[in-house]
Design a protein. Structure first.
Ligand SMILES: [Zn+2]
Length: 268
């Protein structure tokens, strides 16, 4: 952080802060007034509704910027957007007692959420079509990894909860099929292709719940960063210069990234 506004207290130039996706909320709508600012009717987003994000410099609101523990900024970058959303999705899905949680699609968001669930004592299963992603999941403590997209016998439901990170509707059905009665499937994707017709009797009946996730609250962000620090969560990062942003996005889309990509905005 280079400069601080004249009315800002408690933070000083030189401190390491993170600027998350959530730029501001209105504070007065029904959602803001009921501790659900993630659903705010007038929220603003970094790099989307306000300038910033893919930029060398950004203006952030003090109440929304997150003080970060010391260390390499590239280590903390994946925790700020992908990480927080994955954390909120995980929280919405968590079983009441210890249990088995599935992570469908294993990229920048899931690689942090799975570590957290493993360290909290849950049994964790990573599902991906990409062998490199599954190898990372094993290294980060997954109890089991499952390669998807290869023919196999239909499995019995063994999960107590599942989080879907892949932006594909058919994966939601796979996750529901793998989840036992009473379990929750939460969808961390912001956009999702259409979900195929659901066979209610077999995939939803039995008090299974299907929930989506919209943005995050500041409390989610604070809680997640505290837990990340407490459990020493490790981010797997490939750094690239800002000018390679488009190529990096293409690699991400085509599954050529393991973990997360961080764009170095200080690099020419
Ligand atoms: Zn609001």
């Amino acid at each position: 952080m280079e400069q601080v506004g004249s009315h800002v207290t408690g933070v000083f130039p030189g401190a390491l802060v993170g600027v998350p996706w959530l730029h501001a909320t209105c504070g007065v709508c029904e959602f803001c007034r009921s501790e659900r600012e993630n659903l705010c009717l007038a929220k603003e987003f970094t790099g989307y509704s306000v300038d910033g994000g893919y930029a060398e410099a950004v203006v952030a609101r003090a109440g929304y910027a997150l003080p970060l523990p010391a260390g390499d900024p590239a280590h903390w970058a994946p925790f700020l957007c992908a990480g927080i959303i994955g954390f909120r999705a995980l929280k919405l899905a968590l079983p009441r007692a210890r249990g088995r949680i599935g992570f469908f699609g294993f990229g920048g968001s899931a690689h942090l959420a799975l570590q957290l669930a493993s360290r909290m004592g849950f049994s964790t299963v990573a599902y991906s079509r990409t062998p490199d992603h599954l190898a990372l999941a094993e290294r980060l403590g997954a109890s089991e990894v499952v390669r998807t997209g290869v023919p196999s016998a239909p499995a019995e439901p063994t999960l107590d909860a599942a989080v879907v990170f892949a932006p594909r509707g058919e994966v939601v059905v796979d996750a529901l099929r793998a989840t036992k009665k009473g379990g929750t499937v939460s969808v961390a994707a912001i956009h999702l292709s259409p979900i195929p017709t659901l066979d209610y009797d077999h995939v939803l009946f039995g008090e299974r719940r299907l929930v989506s996730v919209e943005a995050n609250t500041r409390e989610d962000a604070r809680e997640f960063l505290e837990l990340a620090n407490l459990y020493h969560l490790e981010s797997t990062v490939t750094e690239r210069p800002l000018r390679q942003a488009n190529a990096a996005l293409l690699d991400l889309k085509q599954g050529r990234v393991t973990g997360a990509v961080v764009l170095d905005c200080t690099s020419p």
